[in-house]
Design a protein around this ligand. Structure first.
Ligand code: ZN
Length: 337
């Protein structure tokens, strides 16, 4: 038996695990789309331990699972400083401060807490600008740019529990304190409006590409996927080998043409696959929780069989069902499976 990712020929006992098209962390579905005997246990474990963890815990889509009630708040795991996502408070007294989200046992919900940082206020009534500890500019920067750091409240240290240690860092960098005051965001406040900035890095792109590859494999079978024209994609997913051409394009528009760029969309995941306009390339689209749309080029100049491969499905995690999308032009939802 040959694994569609590593292409190794192994005996059946190395194919005991079930590979889910949409990772289980994004929902469980009746009549779920799964691959049996396509993906060897070694590849399955590698994907689970590396790509799927990043996709679930460290993407905006992963966070939406909590906001949309798909995941229990107690399952929330913060990646802390290593996170690809930056959270900044977007309103109120602590506007601009860096924060992270954490599950609170006491409040039984996800709360927002400040990360260690220092804020500087240029003038008495100007907004505070925050810097993470390794990004604090020199004292000269503030002198040259007209900051009056001798005024009361011009330096703010967060969180309050780390004032002494952060103060020592500032003294070492040449800052002096004539007057000093610190305040702390109310840590019991779960609903502060935050702005989240994320980095979609290679692990995440590979995780998304795997969903697309799995999806085509589910509908076309393992033999079709062994075609050498899929090698760039499979090596990128399995080993991170960079392809010669951009494999993924990300856009904000929804897959379904009747949905807005911003505003309410159907709550669920969308997967589609078809020949590209050139009729020689195979392109899939993946949208988790109908947020960003990832177009994945699965094969270019495909030399294998040009069979009909058009397919689209909507995964509704709230009702655990999968609906097939109708044909073009508008891919509207068509039938209940
Ligand atoms: Zn394998």
């Amino acid at each position: 038996m040959i694994c569609i990712y590593c292409l190794e020929d192994q005996i059946q006992s190395f194919f005991t695990k079930v590979e889910h098209i949409v990772p289980q962390s994004f929902g469980r579905f009746k009549n779920n789309l799964t691959l049996h005997n396509f993906v060897c246990d070694g590849c399955n474990k590698y994907f689970g331990d590396n790509l799927e963890i990043a996709l679930g815990r460290d993407t905006y889509e992963g966070r939406l699972r909590f906001d949309y009630g798909l995941m229990q708040p107690s399952k929330f795991k913060s990646l802390g400083k290593q996170s690809r996502l930056t959270v900044r408070i977007h309103e109120g007294e602590f506007k601009g401060a860096y924060a992270y989200r954490e599950y609170s046992e006491v409040q039984q919900q996800i709360i927002i807490k400040p990360v260690p940082q220092v804020g500087f206020r240029k003038l008495v009534d100007s907004e505070i600008e925050y810097y993470l500890l390794d990004q604090i500019p020199t004292t000269q920067h503030f002198d040259q740019n007209g900051y009056d750091l001798d005024q009361p409240g011009s330096i703010r240290i967060l969180p309050s529990t780390e004032v002494e240690s952060i103060k020592a860092i500032l003294l070492e960098k040449g800052f002096t304190f004539k007057s000093h005051k610190d305040v702390n965001p109310d840590e019991s406040e779960p609903s502060l409006l935050c702005k989240i900035e994320g980095v979609i890095d290679e692990s995440i792109i590979r995780a998304v590409a795997k969903i697309a590859f799995n999806y085509l494999a589910y509908w076309q079978g393992p033999q079709f996927m062994l075609e050498a024209d899929f090698n760039s994609t499979r090596q990128f997913i399995r080993y991170g080998v960079k392809p010669q051409y951009p494999l993924i394009k990300i856009r904000q528009e929804a897959i379904l043409c009747d949905e807005p760029v911003s505003g309410k969309r159907r709550s669920g995941h969308l997967l589609t696959v078809d020949w590209a306009a050139d009729k020689r390339s195979i392109v899939a689209q993946v949208s988790l929780l109908n947020w960003l749309t990832y177009s994945v080029s699965l094969a270019r100049d495909f030399s294998g069989e040009h069979r009909v491969i058009q397919r689209g499905d909507f995964f509704d995690p709230y009702n655990q069902r999968i609906l097939q999308l109708g044909a073009k032009p508008n891919l509207a939802l068509q039938t209940d499976r």
